[in-house]
Ligand binder design. Sequence first.
Ligand code: NAD
Length: 354
Amino acid sequence: MQPFTYASAPSRVVFGSGTLGQIADEVKALGCARALVLSTPQQADAARDLADRLGGLSAGLFTEAAMHTPVEITERAMQVVRQVGADCTVALGGGSTTGLGKAIALRTDLPQIVIPTTYAGSEATAILGETRAGLKTTQRSPKILPEVILYDVDLTLTLPVGLSATSGMNAIAHAVEGLYTQDANPIVSLMAEEGIRALGSALPRIARDPGDREARSDALYGAWLCGVVLGSVGMALHHKLCHTLGGTFDLPHAETHTVVLPHAAAYNAAAAPEAMARVARALGVKDAPQGLYDLANSLGTPVALKDIGMPQDGLDKAADLAVANPYWNPRPIERAAVRALLDDAFFGRRPGGA
Ligand code: NAD
């Protein structure tokens, strides 16, 4: 056994079906009485229902959350926080809404309850990515970590099949990198392998029947585990590439993770054989990068950067940016090899050919 350091993040997790019914009790348990409910415009109806459930504990609604947490939107939300005298936030939605709650908490230290409706995993991390004038910067702070996560499987039944697939692959990406990262440790690796197993088995069932509650429950459980992995250990080449591609070329977050993951895994495979063996075991396949590619392909998601808005003449710039700031990765970051990885991802080739 290698020496390791393990720190667990303090947070309360409520998981099940119909758990939304406990929201008022969770607000009260925090000692709060004026919750500001957050959502995207697309989920405003669900947010209004939630505010109705909260009754007198709801101080108001803010339904303008957007991808990549633009600072202008956070500033508008901050005005509402002050106007209504909110003493906590309840964020209902995916990573975008969770991000807004985190941005408010960073500025106010208000306690947060997050009700995740995708598999992105942001609810389990003390990480916030914010966008100012088109530039995304990421920071960590204990203030950012949500106090309570309330998982209600029922809310994920409406997540469209395509987004379920890409959001689930986004979660798997946290776990894959968590297995080979510099500060990997045995406990987090258990969570990572189990998270990949749960999602790898659930996503094909969801693709066949989006209303399959058992599959939805397994996927949400896997997403939580993968989120904890992301919040507990560092990431590597895959996350760096996706950050670069998302930030510079405005590619969609979950789709980018889905396309890049098999190729980042292939890049690192020879340098991280134990991690790859665990990924392969979790997916029930022989080869981890091919297994990840085949899983994404079987779900009907895009598997090529060219199909999600990446310009071919941007590949050189993406490779330059990815190698610009040296960072830890199991295999050294070599420009020519990264450029070849991006080429494979651009055309959606199956790793290892065939
Ligand atoms: P999202 O939150 O942007 O959601 C995508 C769309 O789906 C939105 O319109 C949303 O309202 C809708 N939606 C969500 N759940 C739904 C449901 N159950 N039914 C119907 N519609 C639903 O997407 P995401 O992939 O969850 O989040 C992406 C964002 O999260 C990015 O900005 C990313 O950077 C961030 N993120 C941050 C972390 C972190 O630790 N800081 C981790 C992962 C992702």
